[in-house]
Design a protein around this ligand. Sequence first.
Ligand code: MN
Length: 294
Amino acid sequence: MKLVAFGGGRIGIVRPGGVLDVTESLGVEPGEWPPVGMLRVIRDFDRHRDFLGAASGPLLSLDDIRLEAPIVWPNKLLAYPVNYFDHQAEMQSPNRADWNGFFLKAASSISGPRDPIVLPNLPNREIHHECELAIVIGRGGRDIDRDSAMDHVFGYACLIDVTVRGREERVMRKSHDTFTPIGPWIVTADEVPDPANLDLRLWVNDDLRQSANTRDMILDIPAMVVVASSVSELQPGDIIASGTPAGVGPIVAGDRVRIEIQHIGSMTVPVEQSESGGNSVYQTNDKRAAAVAH
Ligand code: MN
């Protein structure tokens, strides 16, 4: 099943020919605050599954609705750093998922599959795309073991981990608003035949920048669940950004970024420039770097 959010917090399922609006049937209140309707749907999905499979009604065209991020208020947005050997090599990075573990991005950085990436005003910095598989947690848990880890995975989505390069805290550089486009929907795990063998690709305009397969991950999906749940209790709707392969590079205003993951889907988001988003910390480091250069 493919679950979408649209139209200001409505929830739908994607059928051949369009989207079935199941908002009322699921008892979700569009516009509620905090916007956690999808989290409840995920928590209670076993109870909804038969109904959703059999539900019928008029279908809305995907062209006529505005898709939103399927989850906007997760308890946690976890992310693994360098998780493909080729990306470690290209960054000459001392970091690796199996050495560093995970970090957090602000959940408020999540944006939808039709929303722009809005670049902060940092003229001296490169801002990079990272093409990643998003893992959505279904059943929560603490100290999950490897044998049962996949039972806790609800589904998958495409995710772009946008990143300002620099020496500042990673959480700040990756948490600007719109820095985590997710979508275009959540595909439930039963529809993904082998998540350890998915092609993932990312283009900037017509330029293929990243092309990899999840079989080349350093920490595989069960390992990421085990490590995350050893630290904190996972909750329904938690999102794990699973790390990027080689080919990261800069994006600038006017670009269009397309991500495609086999058996999941694709989305294309535009890149815009903001006049805000800079701050004294970035500026201080820019000045220090310039002073060293002279
Ligand atoms: Mn990343």
